[in-house]
Structures are given as C-alpha cells and as structure tokens.
Ligand binder design. Structure first.
Ligand code: IMP
Length: 401
C-alpha cells in the first residue's frame, strides 16, 4: 500500500474517520491535508467514541505516525485540547503527531468575524472561511511564524490587535514546538523508503471550494488533488484514490440538496443514522442517494474504489429510491450542473430489503435486494464498491471480493 487518498464523495460526514481507521492497519503514516477544526471524524472502538477535529483518525493505531499538512488551518488551542484529551484516554501522542509549520493559524479575529458567513452558509463557526481568506490575501500567519522574529509585524498585517496575543501565541508555541515537523521532506523521504501513506480528506467533494456547490462550500480542497497541494507530495506519487459515500445522503448547513427528505422518512434516517453533527451537534439534513452527484464526485477525484457506509440505516425502508437524473427547467439532465438550485430529482426505485443487515461481514449474507442496490450504484457511477460498512463497530465491514 504505497500512497492512497481517502476522500468524501458527498457533503462530508460520509464516515471517512472509520474508513481511515480501518485502512490504517496497513499504513505507516496518516496525513490530514486541508480544513481545520470544522471536521468531526468519528471512530468507535468497542464502547468508546472518539471524535477527531484536527488530529488524523489514524492516531488510534499505536505504531502510526500522524501528520497535519501545510494545507490546514489550525486553532492551536483546540489542537492542544484534543492532544490533552487523547493523552487522558491513554493514547500516546507525543513523538507520533506532527504539524507542518506551513499550516496557517486560526486567530481569534477569524472566529469573531464569522457571524455573517454563518448566517449565509451555515458554517461551523470555527473560523475556517476568514482564516483561508486571509491566507489567500497573503496576510495570514503560519504556525511556524510564532517561533520566529517578526511575529508582531505579521499579526499587525493580519489586522490583529497583537498586544497580549503575541505573548499568548509564544506560550502556546512553546507547547506546540515538539509537534512541529517539516512535513514535505519527511513525506517525500518516507515514499523513497517505501513507507505506506494514507491521506485523510476532511469534509467532502461537494464542499470543495472549486468543485463543490459554491458558495455553499468550505474554503479548502477536500478533493484528492488537495492531498498534493496540502502536503507537498507530487501527483505522480499517489497510487490510489478511495472515495467514501453513505448509502443515502446528508448535508449540514445551508445549500441546495435535491434529494432531501423533509418527511417522516427523512427523520427515520436522521434518527437511525444518528445524523447529528460531530462538531456542532446540528441535526443533519437527510435524503436519498444522489447518483448524479456521486458519479460527478468519482470523476473529479479520479476514484478507483468506493467504500459505502451505513447500509444498515436503510434496513427499515420498504422502498429505496435513488436519483439518476435531474429535471432542470423541464429538461432532463444527467450531468452535474453549475447550480443545483431548482433541480428536481428523477428517481429510480427498488424494493427495500426490510431485514437487518447490521453487523453483516460476508457479502453472501446480504439480502438480494441490497445486492441489487449495490450493483445499481456501481454500474451507474462506473466504479466498484470494494467495501460495505454495516455498523459502527470496527469489525462491521464487508470486503467485497
Ligand atoms: P465551514 O467549513 O465551517 O466554513 O462551513 C462551510 C460549510 O461546510 C457548512 O455548510 C458546514 O456545515 C459544512 N462543513 C464544514 N465542515 C464539515 C464537515 O466536516 N462535515 C460536514 N459538513 C461540514
């Protein structure tokens, strides 16, 4: 397993954390490449739930090195809290977790400034948009800058009131210093030594600033290309892209969602799937699987294999619907449009299986209707489903042969 990227194929919350945790068995290094504490990657180990916001989900594997790339925006206090909470739970972090000095800081003003963005887009209020806006305006402050001379000047360019903040950052800097590493040369050397790398995308393709449903997106590149931009590893070094999708669709925050269910069934998915934001606690909007969007996401990421999560959440549905085209101004379209607003879903239907699939680990044990559903998905998107996840437990997975 040389270099693989794991990306979300929907609007985030596809279950990337648990897929990373599963694939991390064979990896040497796991690397987050974009976003910040807006992510909430959940992993269950027996009865213990871990939610990672900044730290890569691979940290639960004791021998792994976990890196946070320069493409991220980092709230250092939030990172220290996450480190402390892992340490309290007995997970050794020091010497295994490293952060690129190139990552940008999320500063107090970024969180303060987010009110109007939150109203319009439904953001997570973690300062993400303002931090990236400042980075691209070339007025940002990088993690490594807090240990250098000239921090005051950088903070004043950034428009921060640096009185008091400089001191605070230098103090935090003292604690964060052992965690700093030049991620780019480290990874390229690791590749030369034949180490296995697993890149962990946060959010999802439809939240990508360029490929997503703009402006209802995040401010970074969750797509596979972002792994190269955010870590300094060239595209020729990536061997495989694994896309993660739920067996239905969810979205948090505002923005178009053609297959959204605003009825009892939507609520059933919300309750059955525990669809509440891991970062903000907000209820997630739920709906049927959108194959037009999924096919588009597979294309823009160059997905080689799909991991489908939460199949068991559909166990109680008497009928399964999935979107195969949109009606836009009375016309049927099968491509992914510039704006999803006003697109009506065109559905295909299949009978539900109406029996438990939870915890099934063998493909042969799936109900025939579930197999038909999986088959229809992979034939539409043109990519094989290589794993089907059937429950939150670490072992609840089918490796499709
Ligand atoms: P921001 O990333 O906080 O700026 O939020 C932009 C949009 O992306 C909002 O609709 C958020 O709800 C959504 N979002 C950000 N991070 C995640 C995530 O990790 N999972 C799902 N949605 C997210």
């Amino acid at each position: 397993m040389p270099a693989k990227v794991v990306v979300g194929l929907q609007w985030g919350d596809e279950g990337k954390g648990r897929v990373i945790d599963y694939l991390a068995e064979e990896a040497d290094i796991v690397i987050r490449y974009q976003g910040g504490a807006n992510a909430g990657h959940t992993v269950w180990v027996e009865d213990e739930r871990y939610i990672f916001h900044l730290v890569p989900s691979g940290i639960l594997h004791p021998k792994l090195i976990c890196l946070m790339g320069g493409g991220m925006v980092v709230d250092l206090e939030a990172l220290l809290e996450e480190i402390d909470s892992l340490t309290t739970k007995g997970i050794e972090v020091e010497g295994r977790l490293f952060l690129s000095p190139r990552a940008h800081l999320v500063l107090p003003q970024h969180k303060d400034a987010e009110g109007s963005w939150e109203k319009r887009i439904g953001t997570t209020l973690k300062g993400i948009g303002p931090a990236y806006a400042q980075k691209y305006a070339r007025l940002g402050v990088r993690v490594g800058d807090i240990l250098e001379d000239g921090l005051e000047e950088r903070l004043s360019f950034a428009g921060e009131n640096f009185q008091g903040l400089t001191e605070k950052l230098r103090m935090v800097g003292g604690r964060i210093k052992p965690y700093l590493k030049d991620v780019e040369p480290f990874l390229n050397q690791a590749l030369k030594e034949g180490k296995s790398l697993l890149f962990e995308g946060a959010q999802g393709t439809l939240l990508d600033i360029d490929q997503g449903t703009y402006p209802f997106v995040t401010s970074s590149h969750p797509t596979a290309g972002g792994a190269c931009l955010g870590t300094g590893v060239g595209p020729t070094k990536i061997n495989e892209v694994i896309g993660v999708a739920k067996a239905y669709t969810t979205r948090v925050g505002r923005g178009p969602f053609p297959t959204e269910l605003k009825d009892d069934l939507g609520e059933l998915l919300q309750r059955g799937g525990g669809e509440y934001g891991a970062t903000t606690g907000r209820p997630r909007r739920c709906g049927w699987l959108d194959l037009v969007a999924l096919k588009y996401a597979c294309e823009v990421n160059g997905v080689d294999k799909v991991a489908l999560t939460k199949l068991d959440v559909l166990d109680r549905a008497s009928e399964i619907k999935f979107c195969v085209a949109y009606l836009y101004q009375g016309e049927r379209i099968e491509g992914f449009p510039l704006n999803l607003d006003h697109c009506e879903p065109v559905y295909e239907r299949l009978p539900g299986w109406e029996r438990p699939t939870k915890g099934i680990r063998e493909f042969g044990q799936l109900p025939p209707q579930a197999k038909v559903y999986l088959d229809r998905i992979s034939s539409y998107i043109g990519v094989e489903i290589s794993w089907v996840f059937t429950g939150p437990g670490r072992e609840d997975v089918i490796e499709v042969g």
